[in-house]
Design a protein around this ligand. Structure first.
Ligand SMILES: NC(=O)c1ccc[n+]([C@@H]2O[C@H](COP(=O)([O-])OP(=O)(O)OC[C@H]3O[C@@H](n4cnc5c(N)ncnc54)[C@H](O)[C@@H]3O)[C@@H](O)[C@H]2O)c1
Length: 392
């Protein structure tokens, strides 16, 4: 627990999966948290769940009991937003609905002074669209936590065009004080992680749809050879096919149907069928006693080809993001390692493989399929031509 926190008085709105996790993060860092949700019973349930989480930490010896009590005591459920006086920061984690979020911020503007920071945890809405209509749009910023918020170190900070620069630097140092790894991204679809990681899922599904390998073989290649913590298919089953598909569709639509982000029919069918993954007992995998049934073909040559193809797409997307000035190179590397647990940063990986090899893989795929998703990005071509990666 730290006492030097820049912002000590906070409100979290929405006590769902993300809201309660964010409340835990804030309280563990020593902030007081007012917790509000339109569903009062939901707040109670969320707090009961948090009590159990705290109890588990105490039993495992990771937390002293008095400290766990203090953490819970610092979170106060409120039944009306009017009760949230004196808050310096509001973090909104309500349902992903633009009208609901806009209404909430406009109401909060009537209740709180102009210097209260408004943060949204949205995954897919633009910060600009939420800032519209506010009297003080400079106070609104995206602070995107990853699930589970208490465990995942990465937080993406997304200023809109109107956000005050002092709000960005203030939030960055505040999140660092709380032990998080903040990165700053432009207000662009999917921000960093949900954009770049699309290639991990999408290219794996293309390889499967082309009949080259089965999901378990592709997962084996990515984990055993590539050292990813989880293969793309098992991860999609874990996240939920419905959730993963809707992120893909949202990023693709917002990028004006750019082929690099085109969703996959095999996943759409799973969603239509209601085979949503682990939570329904079937997705790309079937599950027996909670475990995915897997019989991969452990062919090294095939495995290497799968890994290289998926990495080529991931690296191309990472370079496309850098070319769009989405974020700094350092933040890009941090985002993929700390937000989705990639074994190493994608640019570091590109250096190991060699940009010329990645370019050749993409050119061959483009030539063979004619599919625009394989267009090598300008930064990759420049890297190969100039012999060094230059980001101006
Ligand atoms: N679940 C994830 O993995 C994840 C990760 C990062 C970001 N996000 C984003 O975080 C936000 C919340 O996601 P979640 O998964 O926690 O959702 P959730 O459905 O678990 O929780 C949303 C909560 O908001 C409450 N709510 C709805 N409208 C409200 C209002 N007007 N005022 C107060 N409370 C209201 C609901 O009662 C519910 O308890 C979304 O914007 C989502 O995109 C989710």
């Amino acid at each position: 627990m730290k006492n030097d926190l820049t912002f000590k008085k906070t409100i979290v709105v929405g006590a769902g999966a993300m809201g309660i996790g964010i409340a835990q993060v804030l309280s563990q860092a020593g902030a007081t948290v007012f917790l509000y949700d339109i569903d009062l019973a939901g707040v109670k349930k969320a707090l009961e769940k948090l009590e159990k989480v705290m109890e588990r930490l105490v039993v495992k010896g990771r937390l002293e009991r008095p400290e766990s009590r203090e953490i819970l005591k610092r979170i106060t459920p409120i039944e009306a937003l009017e009760k949230a006086e004196g808050a310096q920061v509001v973090i909104e984690a309500i349902s992903e609905n633009i009208e609901l979020k806009r209404d909430l911020f406009q109401r909060l503007e009537d209740l709180l002074p102009a210097d209260t920071i408004f943060a949204t945890n949205t995954s897919s809405l633009s910060i600009a669209s939420l800032a519209k209509g506010l009297n003080h749009p400079e106070r609104l910023i995206g602070i995107h936590f990853f699930n589970p918020a208490a465990l995942m170190p990465l937080v993406e900070i997304i200023p809109s065009m109107a956000t005050g620069p002092e709000i960005v630097s203030g939030c960055k140092s505040w999140l660092t004080q709380m032990g998080k790894s903040p990165v700053v991204a432009k207000d662009s679809p999917g921000f960093i992680v949900n954009r770049v990681a699309r290639a991990f899922y999408g290219e794996a599904m293309n390889i499967y749809e082309e009949g080259i390998a089965s999901p378990d073989t592709i997962d084996w290649a990515m984990t055993s050879i590539g050292k990813f913590k989880m293969g793309p298919f098992l991860l999609m089953d874990f996240i939920g096919q419905d959730i993963n598909y809707s992120v893909s569709e949202s990023v693709w639509t917002q990028f004006y149907f750019e082929p690099r982000f085109r969703p996959n029919i095999s996943q759409k069918r799973l969603v239509e069928q209601g085979w949503l993954g682990r939570k329904t007992g079937r997705g790309f995998y079937t599950y027996e006693k909670g475990s995915a049934v897997s019989n991969p073909i452990k062919d090294e040559a095939l495995g290497n080809a799968i890994l290289e193809r998926i990495l080529a797409l991931l690296i191309n997307e990472a370079l496309s993001a850098l070319g769009d000035r989405l974020c700094t190179l350092e933040d890009l590397e941090t985002a993929m390692v700390k937000g989705v647990n990639y074994p190493i940063g994608l640019i570091e990986w590109a250096k190991k493989i060699g940009p010329d090899k990645i370019l050749q893989i993409l050119k061959d795929l483009l030539d063979h399929t004619g599919d625009g998703r394989y267009r090598p990005t300008a930064l990759l071509k420049d890297w190969v031509t100039k012999g060094k990666l230059e980001i101006k």
